[in-house]
Design a protein around this ligand. Structure first.
Ligand SMILES: [Fe+2]
Length: 296
């Protein structure tokens, strides 16, 4: 990536759009899991203050958004993967930062509340456990989506929380690039617990939307990135690629967090790509990079 000296974004931690994929990504070694580990190592090396992550599997109803404040969350069970692979992982809820998020979002006019009952769901702990496989995750704050899935709303959540990057927080959206459970090829998973089998190439609609997302994320920046990501929801293949909007909201959140005027010139970089279930594209895209923030 071209790093433009003097640009505001050059002094901020990166923002990640991570496609968590199927539950098998919790235990499979893939290009994506290697990349997540690399991103985790870099965050620790730069003394990341905490992680703020928007969950694709947690929605708030009405006009609400919620922030997790459970001081002792559990990991919710997940299908296909033996529980010994994850159930002993130490979770690190960050209640002070949760309050910061509540205050920042409230000040921007969001109807936001604390949720002291939230337990971690697979979309979050796949990412956290693979980024920090040694069991040393930084303090982590989970933010919900809103079930109306308004892209401009979620863009604003990202732009509101963007300021936390100035304090060395790492912002992550966990969702999916192409993620339509109804159009996956499930048989190898059901028969053999193999999500990586590719009996045929991905279908045309999946390839086309995946390419459009890559083009938007790697070739636009700043406010143009924000406009382009929200516009992808009008892409002719959007509904094929996303049967529901939830996993795309992570991309919109990320565009909000990394698409300020000060982020112009900060293009996304494709860190890794893993296809599962024939038609599920797990793209891992990073905006910005660690420079000397917090480095020892
Ligand atoms: Fe998911």
């Amino acid at each position: 990536m071209e790093t433009e000296a003097g640009k505001m974004w050059g002094s901020l931690p990166p923002v990640h759009f991570f496609s968590h994929g199927s539950p098998m990504m919790l235990c499979e070694t893939t290009e994506s899991s290697d990349y997540w580990r690399k991103c985790g190592d870099e965050a620790l090396a730069h003394n990341v203050k905490g992680i703020v992550i928007m969950s694709a599997h947690w929605t708030a109803l009405g006009d609400q958004i919620q922030v997790a404040t459970n001081p002792a969350p559990r990991i919710l069970p997940v299908g296909f993967v033996p529980s010994h692979d994850y159930k002993h992982y130490p979770l690190t809820p960050d209640l002070p930062t949760a309050q910061r998020c509540l205050d920042l979002l409230s000040a921007e006019g969001f109807t936001v509340s604390a949720n002291p009952h939230y337990n971690w769901i697979v979309d979050v702990y796949i990412i956290i456990t693979r980024m920090f496989p040694l069991g040393n995750p930084p303090p982590t704050t989970v933010v919900s989506m809103n079930a109306r899935y308004d892209p401009h709303y979620h863009l604003k959540v990202g732009s509101t929380l963007r300021q936390l990057r100035k304090e060395n927080y790492l912002l992550i959206g966990t969702g999916g690039a192409v993620h339509n459970l109804y159009r996956n090829r499930w048989m190898p998973m059901i028969k053999y617990r193999d999500s990586l089998a590719m009996e045929t190439p991905p279908e045309e609609w999946a390839l086309e939307f995946r390419q459009s997302l890559e083009d938007v994320m790697t070739r636009t920046s700043g406010p143009q990135l924000r406009r382009a990501v929200t516009r992808l929801m009008k892409h002719p293949k959007f509904r094929d690629a996303h049967a529901s909007d939830d996993h795309f909201m992570a991309a919109v959140f990320v565009a909000g967090a990394a698409g300020d005027v000060d982020d112009e010139g900060c293009h996304g970089v494709m860190g890794a790509e893993t296809w599962e279930l024939t038609n599920m594209a797990n793209l891992q895209v990073t905006f910005g990079e660690w420079s000397n923030q917090g480095a020892a």
